[in-house]
Write a protein that binds this ligand. Structure first.
Ligand code: DI6
Ligand code: FE
Length: 404
């Protein structure tokens, strides 16, 4: 019996990230076959029937294929930039000082409110293209620079529009509880009230968000305020995630776990209790070495604790104008290895399988397995470690999204 496929990639080395195989799930002489945009076979050439028929065969000349990369934490859509604030920091001001002085996130809010949806799309596209050029096939994009209903919705709508303009899967996240807008005059509870009663129902009603995030921090929102946002999100059927323990330990990891969050992100200050709670809840730790590097943080996330507690670890760019103006997942991997001492396998799993898990998309993408979307990155490399080792070099040969 002969089967017909749309495309077959052969003579490839596969990093499958299959959960039943160790490390990268490597297969030396591998084949991937796709039909209707989905993987039908990914495995050893010797187990693949030679009688199959395919509309197109691609000889990979021994190149490595990984799953298409997943950037599971970005703030890609925003107005303006913060190069001037960067200069101030070079003169000695800290990130928290700038935030308290009305700079920081709030200055990006002003620029984002002033931007039309078309302008938000136009400025985000080059950043998206930079990620795509490195093999990214799935990306999460947060709001959080509007802090009023209309602008938050405009940001999310721009993020949705990007998905129609490029071959990429985009998941949107509502981050209304990112910072306190100046018109809230210091009243965080009243603002959270508005997030829960007005903004979240409007965003959910318009189908603009796939998840809800919050920034739980001294300069942002408390655990009580975050819990209110999460309760409202869950009552609207939306999964939650959290910017947790980035600058201090307010128990963000434990709170995220208590709500069964998809992920808790940053986590520089997370303690053993937080890691244990995340392990029990299967909440993914999303580590963001770009932010750690850019704000010159010295407290490292407890990678060893996550390892020994069995907390899955993902990596992302945190692409944002204030603390991580980074549009390279390859560089994020190099930083995670160099700064956090993550292994090559952990880094690569972090931008594929674990990134997909952090978005609730593991059934859909993130590994090379039959049944999943055929999202591939094909690399001109001799060994996978090259993807982590180099700084500022892109060895992508080809990228496939949904079989194309
Ligand atoms: N944590 C961060 O690192 C970013 N947001 C957040 O909650 C920073 C956002 C910004 O400074 O614009
Ligand atoms: Fe972030």
């Amino acid at each position: 019996m002969s089967q017909r496929f749309d495309r077959i990639w052969q003579n490839a080395r596969l990093a499958t990230f299959r959960p039943d195989l160790p490390d990268l799930g490597a297969i030396e002489n591998g084949v991937i076959a796709a039909r209707d945009g989905r993987i039908v076979y990914a495995g050893a050439a010797k187990d693949f029937s030679p009688s199959v028929d395919a509309a197109e065969r691609v000889d990979c000349d021994g190149r490595w294929i990984t799953p298409g990369l997943v950037d599971c934490h970005t703030h890609l859509v925003y107005g303006g930039n913060r190069a001037q604030e960067f200069e101030l920091r070079l003169q000695g001001a800290t990130y928290e000082e700038i935030a308290r002085a009305g700079g920081g996130i709030v200055s990006t809010v002003t620029a984002t409110r002033a931007a039309s949806e078309a302008e938000l799309i136009a400025t985000a596209l080059p950043r998206l293209d930079a990620l795509i050029a490195e093999g990214v096939t799935t990306i999460e994009i947060k709001s959080g620079y509007g802090l009023d209903t209309a602008t938050e919705m405009r940001q999310l709508s721009a993020a949705r529009a990007l998905a129609t303009m490029r071959p990429v899967t985009i998941k949107t996240t509502f981050l209304g509880a990112h910072a306190l807008p100046s018109e809230a005059a210091g009243d965080k509870d009243a603002y959270i009230d508005r997030v829960c009663r007005e903004m979240l129902p409007a965003v959910a009603g318009a189908g603009l968000a796939d998840a809800v995030d919050a920034f739980m921090e001294g300069i942002a929102f408390s655990g009580t305020q975050t819990a209110r946002v999460f309760e409202t999100a869950q009552s609207l059927g939306l999964p939650v995630k959290l910017h947790a323990d980035q600058l201090s330990n307010l128990g963000g990891a434990s709170l995220a776990a208590r709500f069964g969050a998809l992920s808790a992100d940053h986590l520089e200050h997370t303690d053993a209790a937080g890691a244990a709670a995340m392990a029990r809840a299967r909440t993914v730790a999303v580590l963001l070495p770009g932010a750690y590097y850019f704000i010159r943080e010295t407290q490292k996330p407890p990678v060893d604790l996550f390892r020994t507690s069995g907390v899955p670890m993902a990596l992302a760019t945190d692409c944002n104008p204030g603390s991580s103006p980074l549009t390279s997942l390859l560089l994020a991997m190099n930083m995670a290895a160099t700064l956090f001492r993550m292994t090559v396998s952990e880094c690569l799993a972090g931008v594929t399988r674990e990134g997909a898990r952090a978005l609730g998309l593991l059934a859909e993408t993130g590994t090379l397995e039959a049944g999943k979307s055929c999202d591939l990155a094909i690399w001109n490399i001799e060994r996978p470690a090259e993807l982590v080792y180099r700084m500022g070099f892109n060895p992508l040969h080809a990228r496939v999204w949904r079989g194309q």
